[in-house]
Design a protein. Structure first.
Length: 435
């Protein structure tokens, strides 16, 4: 995490003070359950809460203890004992470090998912608003970066809306999958702690009990979570790259908002660069980079090792913080995006009507020409237009072989831009419903 790409709401989830507060809550809820089962005195559980409920943990003190113990959970428990007093001996009864660490991590990941879901809602709202604004704004569709057939700018944004709607569904599922709790003790057998303690802690922390843990919560859950973040990041980049292409000087169909006083280049005062979209491309690469270690963390030795721990200490905060920043930036970019319909029309007309070539091809086949012959007739009139040697419509009208099948009026009919947009309403209803 670096401040430049960090929002405070997400950063706070990963701060040491937050982590230690979650650790305390796990231990305290476990103590409550142990007290109800008669394993520890009820007064001891009450003392743990009373003396620590509103405490601020001394992070520096915990770090100091850890430098000696070389164990983070023991360092925390030692500091907790300094606050609680003698009753602290009843804390962590029958538990192992992973019970605290893994349950805490899953609490943090679910909280992070909640923020990311709110971010996705902002992206979806911006996309929907702009999609309906440009629902019927014609623009050129491109395949391989080359002019293909007309679409609308609203359809481009509707496509992104549908993509991020799927992203939201995936993240909801990933959140559910990672929201588990393990308080099962060494090697996960519950030998030293009653399974009812796990059930109590899970309910208190907003989680569900892990059906079977070893000494750790299975990391396939976490792999799916980070893979989902990686897919969302790819969707962010796909849209960012689209905007970068549309902002090129030779295209200039859409452009990032350029504020008063903003500078585009230290050398060239005229520059207006797609810096936000390029930034989103870079941030998306970083989020995807965290997927591989999450996948590799699935493979642990026997009931537990800690090869996953160091990776998770980095990828947990970094992946969620980075994606959080990227999604909020994307929402703002779309909301303030400058759109140039006149330039879209100019680019549509740039190839002298070639974008209607398929309609002419199909019209010829409907009039009796074989598909092969129709393709040759259309292509031989299209290629000169590519070279700047004429207008497609006029060339077709002058082609005697074409005229054997189509009259001038029938040829002109194939150049109707509105024909390509006749099902836009249908597509919008599929994406947005009846709204």
């Amino acid at each position: 995490m670096i401040p430049r790409y960090t929002r405070p709401e997400m950063a706070s989830i990963w701060e040491p003070q937050t982590r230690f507060k979650i650790w305390f809550e796990i231990e305290a809820h476990a103590a409550d359950a142990l007290a109800e089962l008669g394993t520890i005195p009820k007064e001891a559980a009450k003392t743990v809460w009373d003396k620590t409920r509103n405490a601020t943990f001394d992070v520096a003190r915990i770090d100091e203890i850890e430098r000696e113990t070389k164990h983070d959970v023991i360092a925390f428990l030692t500091h907790l004992a300094e606050i609680v007093g003698p009753e602290a001996r009843f804390v962590h009864q029958g538990m192992t470090s992973s019970d605290v660490l893994d349950t805490c991590l899953n609490v943090q990941l679910t909280r992070a998912a909640d923020l990311l879901l709110a971010d996705l809602d902002k992206v979806l709202a911006a996309l929907k608003k702009r999609a309906f604004e440009h629902k019927m704004t014609p623009t050129i569709g491109r395949s391989h970066g080359i002019h293909a057939e007309p679409v609308t700018f609203g359809l481009k944004l509707a496509f992104a809306y549908a993509e991020f709607s799927r992203a939201k569904e995936r993240l909801i599922a990933a959140r559910k999958e990672v929201a588990t709790c393990a308080i099962s003790g060494a090697v996960g057998t519950f030998a030293q702690i009653d399974p009812r303690v796990e059930e109590h802690v899970a309910k208190a922390m907003g989680l569900t009990p892990e059906p079977i843990s070893t000494q750790v919560i299975p990391r396939d859950r976490h792999a799916m979570y980070f893979a989902t973040l990686g897919v969302i990041a790819s969707s962010v980049e796909r849209l960012a790259v689209e905007i970068r292409h549309l902002q090129r000087t030779e295209v200039l169909e859409a452009e990032e908002f350029f504020s008063e006083g903003q500078k585009g280049s230290s050398a060239m005062p005229h520059k207006r660069n797609p810096v936000l979209s390029e930034n989103l491309t870079g941030l998306s690469r970083m989020v995807r980079a965290y997927v591989t270690p999450a996948l590799e963390n699935v493979v642990l030795w026997h009931e537990r090792d800690i090869s996953h721990s160091s990776a998770e200490r980095m990828i947990g905060p970094d992946a969620t913080v980075t994606l959080d920043f990227a999604l909020v930036r994307l929402a703002g970019l779309i909301d303030k995006l400058l759109v140039y319909p006149a330039n879209m029309q100019k680019n549509l007309d740039r190839l002298g009507g070639l974008v209607h070539s398929q309609r002419v091809l199909l019209a010829l086949t409907q009039k009796g020409a074989s598909r092969e012959d129709a393709y040759k007739l259309v292509q031989r009139n299209a290629m000169p237009v590519w070279r700047g040697e004429g207008d497609f419509l006029q060339l077709l009208k002058k082609d005697t072989e074409v005229k054997k099948y189509l009259s001038d009026a029938e040829i002109e009919e194939q150049f109707d831009l509105g024909y390509h947009l006749k099902h836009v309403d249908t597509i919008f209803k599929r994406v947005f419903g009846e709204s």
